[in-house]
Design a protein around this ligand. Sequence first.
Ligand code: HEC
Length: 138
Amino acid sequence: MRANVRVGIVLLTLGAFAYSCKDEGDEPTVAPPAGPISFASHVQPIFSGNCTGCHSAGGSAPFSLEAGVSRGNIVNVQATSSCTSEKRVNPGNSGSSVLYKKISGTSCGTRMPRGGSPLSQTSIDIVKNWIDEGAADN
Ligand code: HEC
C-alpha cells in the first residue's frame, strides 16, 4: 500500500515536470489536425498568443485580432497597407491574402508579428491552410 502511494507520488511529480517543460512560444496550443483547420481551435490561439498585444481594441495596430472579432476584421476586408490593394484574407487564396503575406515574409512591408520573431512554420501553415480551405468560421 505504502509503495503504491510512493509510486503514485513519483508519477504525479513526473507528470507535473513534463507539463512545466511544455514548449513556450508561439506553438499553437493544439496540434494541427490531419483534417480541416478549425478557426476557433487552431487559428485564434495563434492570434491570441502572438498578435493581440498590438491588434486589440485601443492597441497600436489598426484592427483587432481578439477572439470574437478577429475573423470579421480580416475575411473579405480590404487591407490598409499601402503595398497592396488585396484583402486581408481572400477565402480560398492565401497567395492573395495580406494576412499570409505579412506572417510569411516581407513581400508586403513589415513581417508580423512586428518586432518579434517570426511564427513557427507550423503556425504559418495552419493560417495558410485555413485560408486555402475557405477561411471558415468553424
Ligand atoms: C508590436 C505590435 C504588433 C504585433 C505584435 C503584431 N502586429 Fe500586425 N500590425 C502592427 C501595425 C502597427 C500594423 C500597421 C502597419 C503595417 O502594416 O506594418 C500592422 C499591420 C498588420 C497587417 C496588415 C493589415 C492591413 O490592412 O494592411 C496584418 C495582416 C497584421 N498586422 C497581422 C498580424 C498578425 C497575424 C500578428 C501576429 C502573428 C501581428 N500582426 C502582430 C502591429 C503589430
